[in-house]
Each structure stands twice: as structure tokens, then as C-alpha cells.
Design a binder for this molecule. Structure first.
Ligand code: ADP
Ligand code: MG
Length: 458
């Protein structure tokens, strides 16, 4: 639902941003921004700027800061959209006299620029992503050579978009004359539909759409799962794909699922992906999570004293499956301290008091019971089977998965977990956890299955 952005909360957001950048940058770029509206369903947060060159520059330089500040004040992550609008247009949108429609020009700049912040240099490599990282780098070093198309898949917030921009940025640096185009599947769809629905200029619009996508050297298309079920878009994408592929242009696709789990058009498209290079990204392990947070804190100029390192450990302990959420928790702690006039020291106690969403709701809502229920639902067994001693695989396996998830997602000890599975011994729990962890390492299919339960719980 679209609704105007509350001015008081926007003022609060401005304050947070103020703490992140220099005064002069703040006054020049940020304070002139006007809040338009937000859309909780679409996850968008629209701001306007009356000068078009500023809108451009703000997008390129400050989008991440703005998004982080918005996340900390509005308590969720939005995609911030900055458009160029006149004072009158702003007023009309705020008063709901006109509906905010992104112009193609706006969206072109919003969606297609490569974010210079996402590079290989600041991508932390761990066992969860080293394959995806290596293949992405290989593609960037020599596009359309060995790995084409490249298909990157993994859960939300695990670095797919980061890697795609890193590939694009690297290619542009090494081969400045190459035409690199990054596009979200959502924007690809929006643009296609805009062309199809234009009764007067349909043909010319469709031609320029085709021209744009079929003449690039590198096409990076993000979140392809978005075009599932959208027949016209899938068909167009299929043709784009074939044209580029036949001309030996590089294509990089990302998705939240592996291709075999996508219902994309007909099998022609899917079979193309299956034989090609698949790179999965799993949730990072604890060490990698800490490394990512430390790197991020250093980038923000934080002094990594003991207290701060403990805060990093704490966040890495708590937020396990989504780097974006993890980073947003860190940024929120930093901003809260920065906006407070007393500039309180960032300690574990301070972080806990600010990140109540993580420390309260997570702890109280995810229990052995909720985990068991979710696992039972997934495998179609009864809750009683979890506590039983039945050893058939159809019961033992879900039980082991549930035990593993309790270990991962709650603070309970092994004996406590054993207790809530009908009084089992802690060695049984340990054995289950190890077994599941091992199998997740060797089978990405299984790993994904477990992660999907995890995600359903969060
Ligand atoms: P996805 O596209 O998979 O949902 P993103 O690429 O948007 O995820 O990543 C979410 C956030 O986490 C980004 O700010 C990104 O920079 C960061 N991130 C994810 N993985 C890493 C990593 N390995 N090293 C550094 N930052 C990372
Ligand atoms: Mg993404």
C-alpha cells in the first residue's frame, strides 16, 4: 500500500544520515531531499529532488547511507528511489492529487547503474561463497569465455547482487569499451510492459527495448525468479538470451533458487541453464560473518576496540542467514550511538538495548516447538513423531533436521534440546546436528531444503 512518508520520521532519518557524512555533504545533497511516499508491499521508499543532477549524484553516492538510515528509523529495509520532480509535483504527490509514477528516465538511472560500492575487493570470501566468488571473478576477467551463462543462486541477502555488480564494475574497468548492462528482472518486466501497453508507439518502443537489451556485451539480470509466471516477459527474455548467447555475449543471471526449481517458460530456457555453470551461495559461517562485519565497520571508520569487537561477535551470533540483516543491525547500532547527543560508547549492553527486534522477538518466537512444527509441516509427519523413538528414515531424518535447527536457531544447550524431543540423550542431538551439517556440505540440494525451513521460520 502506498502512503505518504511521515515527516517526523523522515526528520529523524535525516538526523541519522547527518551522523554518517560530513556537514557540507549533508547540507548539499541530503537536506534538499523531499519525502514522497513509501510502499510496504513493494518495499519501496520514494524521495524526490528538485534538481536532476543532484538526484543522479545522490543515487550514485549516498543510496546506501540513505537506505541504511531509513532501515534504522522505519525498522525495515526499503529500496530507496530518488526521482527528479518539481516542487509542484512533489506537493501533488504528497497530497495524493497525483499518483507517483516513475518515468522511464528515472527508472533507467535508478535501476541500471552499477553500484560502485559493490566490488570484488570488498566481497568477503568464505567457504559459503568461494566457488561463486571464483567463478564470478573468472567471468569478469574474461567475459563470454568459459563460463557462459553464469547462474548465481542463493537465499536473500547473501551477496548475489553484490557479486553481479562486482562483475560489471570489474569488466568496465578492464574493458572500458564494453557495454555492460545490469537490470533487475522487475525493471526488465516493467519496461517491457510499458512498451507493450503503449498503443501509439508500441512498435517503436518495442524496438528500442530490444535494441537496448540485445546489443550489449554483458547482460547482468538479477532475481530472475521474478519473471516466473509472466509469460510475455519470459518469452522476451528467452529471445534476448538466445540472441546474446548466439553472439557470444556474456550473460549473468541470479535467482533465489537453482534453475531446476524455477518454473521458467518452457523447458527450452531451463535446459539452457541446467547445463551451464551454476554457482550457489550458502549462508556464511560464524567466522565469515565476523569477517564481513569487521570489514564493514572498518569501511565506516569505526574504531575496532574490544567492546566493538564483542558487539560484532554478538550480531554475528544472532543473525545467521542474511548478510543484509546483519549489516543493517550493525549500522543501526552505529547510527544510534552517532545520533545520541551523549555519543554513548558502543558496547554489548548498548547494542542489546537498541537491537530489540533481534534480541527479543527472535529469541521468543523461535523455539523448539515452532521449529518442530515447521519441520513436521514440511515433511508431512505428526508432531508426536518428533518425540517418538521411531527409527524409520521418514521420521528420523526430519527429527534430525529439527534438532539441527534448534541448535542453530535457539540458545538452548544440547541436553535441553534432547529434553524437548521426548527426553533424548544429548549425544543423540549432537550426532543429529553433525550428520545434518555434514550432509549440507556435500549436498547443496539438501542444504537448500534445510535453509528453506529456516527461512520459513524467520
Ligand atoms: P542478495 O542479492 O543475495 O539478496 P546482496 O548482494 O544485496 O544480497 O547483499 C546484501 C548485503 O550484504 C549487501 O550490502 C552486500 O554488500 C552484503 N554482503 C553479502 N555478502 C557479502 C560478502 N561476502 N562480503 C561483503 N559483503 C557482503
Ligand atoms: Mg539481490
Amino acid at each position: 500500500m502506498r502512503e505518504p512518508i511521515d515527516q517526523a520520521k523522515w526528520d529523524e532519518t535525516l538526523n541519522v544520515i547527518k551522523g554518517m557524512i560530513t556537514d557540507v555533504s549533508y547540507r548539499t545533497w541530503i537536506s534538499p531531499l523531499k519525502p514522497l511516499e513509501k510502499d510496504d508491499e513493494q518495499g519501496t521508499f520514494s524521495l524526490a529532488c528538485t534538481e536532476s543532477f543532484k538526484a543522479n549524484l545522490i543515487r550514485q553516492r549516498y543510496l546506501t547511507e540513505i537506505e541504511n538510515a531509513v532501515a534504522s528509523v522505519f525498522d525495515r529495509k526499503y529500496r530507496v528511489i530518488i526521482s527528479h520532480k518539481s516542487d509542484e509535483e512533489i506537493k501533488n504527490i504528497r497530497e495524493k492529487k497525483t499518483i507517483l509514477k516513475p518515468t522511464p528516465e528515472d527508472s533507467f538511472r535508478e535501476e541500471y547503474y552499477l553500484n560502485p560500492r559493490y566490488t570484488f575487493d570488498n566481497f568477503i570470501v568464505g567457504s559459503n561463497n568461494n566457488y561463486a566468488h571464483a567463478i564470478s571473478l573468472a567471468v569478469a576477467e574474461s567475459p563470454a569465455d568459459t563460463y557462459n551463462p553464469l547462474f548465481i543462486y542463493g537465499g536473500s541477502g547473501l551477496g548475489k547482487t553484490h557479486l553481479m555488480h562486482a562483475i560489471g564494475n570489474f569488466i568496465l574497468q578492464k574493458y572500458p569499451s564494453k557495454k555492460v548492462l545490469y537490470v533487475s528482472s522487475e525493471m526488465f518486466t516493467t519496461e517491457l510492459i510499458a512498451a507493450l501497453n503503449d498503443p501509439t508507439n508500441r512498435n517503436s518502443k518495442l524496438n528500442s527495448f530490444k535494441e537496448k537489451y540485445r546489443t550489449v556485451d554483458v547482460l547482468l539480470i538479477d532475481d530472475i525468479q521474478f519473471i516466473e509466471g509472466k509469460d510475455a516477459t519470459q518469452l522476451e527474455f528467452f529471445h534476448t538470451f538466445n540472441t546474446l548467447y548466439n553472439q557470444q555475449k556474456q550473460i549473468v543471471i541470479s535467482s533465489d533458487r537453482q534453475p531446476s526449481k524455477l518454473t521458467l517458460l518452457d523447458d527450452r530456457l531451463r535446459s539452457r541453464f541446467q547445463s551451464d555453470i551454476l554457482a550457489d551461495i550458502q549462508p556464511p559461517d560464524f567466522e565469515t560473518r565476523v569477517a564481513i562485519l569487521r570489514h564493514k565497520a572498518e569501511e565506516e571508520g569505526q574504531n575496532l576496540d574490544d567492546d566493538f569487537l564483542q558487539v560484532i561477535d554478538l550480531i554475528a551470533e544472532k543473525v545467521k542467514f542474511n548478510v543484509r540483516e546483519m549489516e543493517s543491525a550493525l549500522t543501526r547500532v552505529i547510527s544510534f550511538s552517532a545520533v545520541d547527543k551523549d555519543k554513548p560508547k558502543i558496547t554489548v549492553a548498548f547494542a542489546k538495548s537498541k537491537l530489540t527486534d533481534i534480541f527479543d522477538s527472535r529469541d521468543s518466537t523461535i523455539t523448539c516447538e515452532t521449529i518442530k512444527t515447521a519441520v513436521c509441516k514440511k515433511y508431512g509427519i505428526k508432531l508426536a513423531d518428533m518425540d517418538s523413538k521411531k527409527r524409520n528414515r521418514e521420521y528420523a531424518r526430519p527429527r534430525q533436521i529439527a534438532m539441527y535447527l534448534c541448535r542453530e536457531m535457539t540458545d538452548l544447550s544440547l541436553p535441553q534440546i534432547g529434553q524437548s524431543f521426548g527426553g533424548k540423550d544429548h549425544t543423540t542431538v549432537l550426532h543429529a546436528c553433525n550428520k545434518v551439517a555434514e550432509e549440507m556440505k556435500t549436498s547443496s540440494f539438501f542444504a537448500e531444503e534445510v535453509h528453506s525451513i529456516q527461512e520459513s521460520l524467520q
